[in-house]
Every structure is written in C-alpha cells, then in structure tokens.
Design a binder for this molecule. Sequence first.
Ligand code: PLP
Length: 430
Amino acid sequence: MQKKKLGFDTLLVHEGYEPDSQTNSCAVPIYSTTAYAFENTEHARSLFMLEQDGNIYSRMMNPTCDVLERRVAALEGGVGALATSSGHAAMVMTFFNLMSAGDELVSAKSIYGGAVNMMSKTLAQLGIKVNFVDSDDPESFRAATNEHTKAYFIETIANPMADVPDIAAIAAIAHENGIPLIADNTIATPYLLRPAEYGADIIIHSSTKFLCGNGSAMGGIVVDCGSFKWLGNPRFPEFNKPDPSYKGLNYAQALGERAFITKLRTHILRDIGACQSAFNAWVTLQGLETLSLRMKKHSENGLAVAKFLQAQPAVEQVYYPGLESSRYHALAQKQLPLGSSSVYCFDLKGGRDTATVFCDSLKLLKIVANLGDSRSMVSCPAVTTHSQLSDEQLAAVNIRPGTIRISLGLENIEDILEDIGQALKEVEKM
Ligand code: PLP
C-alpha cells in the first residue's frame, strides 16, 4: 500500500523521527557522540563500502543531524540533504562537489555580499571563475555559459534587495545546457517557496536564519532535489568515472538520483569536515517545528511595515516584492503566493546621514548583521554584510551608501511601527 503523503505542517513536526525503540523518547534526542560501535569488523567494512546504511563517524553523519536532514529534504521535496556547520559551508562544499580549477560558475549578481566575496576572491584563488549576471534577465545566464560552466546560482529572494528571479526560466536554460541550478532558499524557506517545483536541482539554506528562527544556532543545509541527470553528462566526468578517493565508486552509475548528495557526504564533507553539531541540529529542529506559523507572521509584519514606510514623506523607496508597486509583484504572486518574507531594503531621502540617524534612533529594533530572527533588526549593507563589495559592485545591485536592510521579527506590529515611527521623527528633525 502506498504511504499517505503528509501535509507540510505535519512534516515539520514528525518527519525523520519515530520514538526510538530503546527509550521511547518522544522528542528527538541530542546524540552527542563522535563515533558508533560496529557490530563486528564485517559490519564496519560494509558500512565503509556503502553496502548498507549506518553511522560511521560524526564528521560525516549523526542521528540528530539525520532527522534534520530528512525533515528539510521532505519539506523541500528533495531526495536527501546534508547538514553543515553554516550556510557558507553549505555553499562552499556544494561548489567543491561540482567544480575544480578551470571550471566556471554563473551566479546572479544580486545576492548576499559574503557569497559574492567568497565567489570572487576565494573561489578565484582556487582557479574557479565566477561570472556575475543580472537575474532579472534569464538570457544573461545563457550568454555567460561556456564549456567550463558547471552550475548556475541564484537566491530565491535575494539578500538584501529582495530581487525575485524567475526560477523556471533560469532552470530551463540551465537544463538545455546540461547544467544544474542551485537555489539559495534561505529568505523564502520552503513554507513560502519550494524551488524544486520550479526546476531547481540543488537547494541551499543558511539554517542560521528562518529555519531555526530564533538566532541561536549557526547551521547550513544542502538539499538534493534528485532531478538532475548526472549519468552520462559530459560536463561531469567526476560523477561518471571511478572516484579514486572512494574505492573507485562511480556515483552516477551506483547512486542514480542520490549521486550528488552521496558524493557531497562521502567525499567533500569527509575531506572538508564542516559538519553540523548534534546540538545545533537539535536547536534548529526546535525552531523548525513552528516554521509555518512564523513565516506567516514574518510575512504579515513584512508587508505591514513596507506599506507603512511607503506612505512616509521621509522615505524615498521601498523594495518589497509584496508591494503592488514592486517590479517583482507579478512574479511574487506566482512564486510566493503565501507571502514575501520579511527581509528587504528601503532608502530614506538624504542617504547615509539620514540612515545613520534613523538606525541609531531605533530602540526596539536592533542593529545586527543577521536576518531571519524572531527579533526585528536593521543594518546598512554597504557598511556591514556587503562592505567587501566595490562601489561598482554595490551600484550594480542598487545598494546605496544609505540603503537600510530590515528583517522583521515576530513582535506585535504596533510596537514595531511605533519604534520605526519615532526614529523617522528623529530624521525629520535633521
Ligand atoms: N545565504 C544567505 C541568503 C545569507 O543571507 C547568508 C548569511 O547572511 C548565508 C547564505 C550564509 O549563511 P551563514 O551565515 O549561516 O554562513
């Protein structure tokens, strides 16, 4: 009999865990162990040879992380997932799984500044070239593609300007060229948007943000949607020939739709070692249970503040895809029907000076280099999260010296609006 497909909210609470038979523990335990006792040497050998599933060593797998991985994979509609020590680790290990010196990545230019910096400096140091393109123009991905291209990269709601790329259009160009599309879904989360439904092949999260949701545990997660055809793909010989670092395993042939995520774990995570701790996976699981309730409220607060800001004389522009005035509004209605999350930017008239007075006058909202927290927070990307970008790179994605990024939390909307209102009054006094 076919297993009934569970609803999203049920998956949030149950997927990947059954009370364990020894303790009947109802909540997911924190398996704080580095290693696992093998039954005998033959059991050890067969686990190392991937002949059967099981735990070997916590750098590569851990039962608490396993629950988180299964849960997020199910929420995103993927075939498997891998928890990592941070969102950055998720990105870097994904790139290492696909690319080496001489290879190229095509990335949207309007993305998290730390990712731009890592791509243009650290990947470049390793001989991997990144071509930055305009995600508003899917054809620019095709134009930047050549025989060395190994992946396309986008953020489904971009940090900080909340650009919304047309995922299906970019995925179609990727697949015409035999290239996987990687989508960072950190700001949308699978509650608001499931990129696999639009053709993304690999999904990345900084679980530090909304998945955990309370700002108390660093983490990342990579989801393999199982859709990409690795077998026989001439762009990916390393998936189609024996891996000398894993006893000659041929990933595409032996693992089919799980080729990417298995290679990521057995080869890249084994060698890089940026694993998630059992404790952080457990903290993230506590937050994850309430994802639907939280994202609904984050999006309501996001929209209410965007409407409020738009009506203020001191405000020049608000960049929120949920606003009817946004150039992404039509796309957001299609890709983000449940809401547009709560991370976006706005500009005050007067630029950097007014932005400084505004931010310094806030009392409830804190100035923080983070987003996706239960607390509301602001930052100026040009001097914080995107400060390593050149003036040209900032201008190319519309970030001005005084642009303010906001991340609305879960507080009462009246209190958030009162705090923003009193800070705007300070700006008006200038
Ligand atoms: N992806 C996005 C969209 C982000 O905003 C960030 C960090 O702000 C990251 C990835 C990196 O995540 P982490 O800080 O967990 O390494």
